[in-house]
Design a protein around this ligand. Structure first.
Ligand code: GAR
Length: 199
């Protein structure tokens, strides 16, 4: 059984996709051992609790420095003792100490086809705003391992999604979630849990 900790910041639709996929068998041999949010108001926390999953907030606001927050975050993850850490819309830079503690054991979902529209400053809706501003006709999502850079780790899966006339950032975000993110993130976890992707 692969034990996963899921880190979130907002609405938690990717977390929900993981919960639903475990329930309906698209993700096999996997258990969510806890959900951590940096944001106390994240709806993702409610989704976790509704599914009977331990959910807690570790916010930078509770700590005097970034370093203390980073230590608390690592300690919070360590307490869950996960085999894999899943960043499902976690909009905080992962501290190097955590990357070192979980080598090839942290994965992230990013809402573009990396290396487009990724790196510092590209998160959430901003990614889709940038894609529309550039006028790309195809975008998508990427699941990748997390290394010390921002969105630079080894790619596991990508899925393209068409940009349509009249798209707004919100419409495009929703289509990328529905047609890519909610599919490839569960798929990556299932493959890792069942030995098809090297860790
Ligand atoms: C998702 O689109 C995810 O790909 C993105 O934030 C959104 C969270 O939505 N993540 C990033 O931009 C990471 N750089 P959710 O809370 O509904 O899953």
């Amino acid at each position: 059984m692969l034990k996963i900790a899921v880190l979130v910041s907002g609405g938690g639709t990717n977390l929900q996709a993981i919960i639903d996929s475990i329930e309906d068998g698209r993700i096999r041999n996997t258990e969510i051992v806890g959900v951590i949010s940096n944001n106390a108001g994240a709806y993702a926390l409610e989704r976790a609790r509704a599914a009977g999953i331990e959910a807690l907030c570790i916010s930078p606001k509770q700590y005097e420095s970034r370093e203390l927050f980073n230590d608390a975050l690592l300690e919070g993850v360590n307490k869950l003792d996960p085999d894999l850490v899943v960043l499902a819309g976690f909009l905080v830079a992962i501290p190097p100490k955590m990357v070192a503690a979980y080598p090839d054991r942290i994965i992230n979902i990013h809402p573009s086809l990396i290396p487009s529209f990724c790196g510092k400053g590209f998160y959430g809706l901003k990614v889709h705003e940038a894609a529309l501003a550039r006028g790309v006709k195809v975008t998508g999502a990427t699941v990748h391992y997390v290394d010390e850079g921002t969105d630079t780790g080894r790619i596991i899966f990508q899925k393209p999604v068409e940009v349509l006339d009249g798209d707004t950032p919100e419409l495009l975000q929703r289509r990328v979630m529905e047609q890519a993110e909610w599919i490839i993130l569960p798929k990556a976890i299932d493959m890792i849990a069942n030995g098809s992707v090297s860790r």
